[in-house]
Design a protein around this ligand. Sequence first.
Ligand SMILES: Cc1cc2nc3c(=O)[nH]c(=O)nc-3n(C[C@H](O)[C@H](O)[C@H](O)COP(=O)(O)O)c2cc1C
Ligand code: SF4
Ligand code: SF4
Length: 330
Amino acid sequence: MHVIHIQRYKNPRITLRSDYRDLILSVVPFCLNGLTLLLSKTLIDMQKKQGYFLYGLIFSVKIDYLCILKAYITMIFWFSGTGNSLWLAQCLQAATSEATHDISKDLLNGNTSYNLKDNERIGFVFPVYGWNMPDIVKRFICHMELKNYRENYTYIACTCGDDMGKTETEVEKLLHSRGWTLHSAFAVQMPNTYVCLPGFNVDSKTVEEAKLALAPQTAKRICDIVLHRRVSNLLTIPGKMAWAKTHILGSFFRKFLMDSRKFHVTDKCIGCGKCSIVCPLANIQLTAGHPAWGTNCAMCLSCYHHCPLHAIEYGSQTKSKGQYINPLII
Ligand SMILES: Cc1cc2nc3c(=O)[nH]c(=O)nc-3n(C[C@H](O)[C@H](O)[C@H](O)COP(=O)(O)O)c2cc1C
Ligand code: SF4
Ligand code: SF4
């Protein structure tokens, strides 16, 4: 299997090759369009009947549409707790006009086999947890099946409160173990959602607004790079001491500080069931009007942040901490 390592991001040959492919694919529809129009014109000349021109025009527009779809095709796999990564996936979907797949839903339903079309891009969009990909994303990549994979352009686009450490390298290694290549990696700084340790809270309103104001520009730059299948890791945010964060702090964090048994409700709970509805892993059951947490938890904190009464606590760490839900998702 052909593997491109970190230096590959600066390899102009790869960029050029994918640009050529895009150029050819965008020219093809117009050539076909021209050909069909020519054909319809000949028919007019021969038959002198207006109807043929109309049929030809409809036919050509249909071919054009199909070819454009083929040129801008993408498969986006996303996971999100509070909507930041979902919003980024929606930006990418709008730019590439293609289907998104909810990682948690597909994992729960056992639908993890996908048929790739020629030239189809593959995108993974997710939040950074402990300077790494979330375990659920790891599990998904290990389980999923990509039929017809032929070195398809593959990228990750993650969202983080501050920085991502070595997330990109970890995903690259995992994809490599499946025989797939990571071509590009991106990160967007978004409002922080982690609140379960002392000293960690949601951002102040000013910081939240500043991050949300800047995010669309970064998302647009990412979409441009993905559309042109450029090989890039220029828009990543490794932060300081990236290796130590991922491998020392992050490992400790994932092993000891992500424990769903610490969730509980206060007497503010009115049993509305929202926490159960918003849990991407169906990990919350309402028993006797109160939520009970199971063990299949991604620690996405969707339940905590969505509770309208702020009735969910994580141990004793979340008292007087804030809540956040992405306001930009469609
Ligand atoms: C369990 C957990 C761990 C997190 N770890 C990190 C981290 O290591 N670095 C960081 O910058 N942000 C971290 N965050 C913040 C999120 O990555 C960030 O807010 C992200 O945009 C949330 O995305 P979502 O709204 O799609 O869930 C963490 C959040 C959670 C819930
Ligand atoms: S969302 Fe909040 S109030 Fe509603 S059931 Fe869950 S914990 Fe209780
Ligand atoms: S229980 Fe809460 S933190 Fe765990 S996966 Fe469900 S919503 Fe996320």
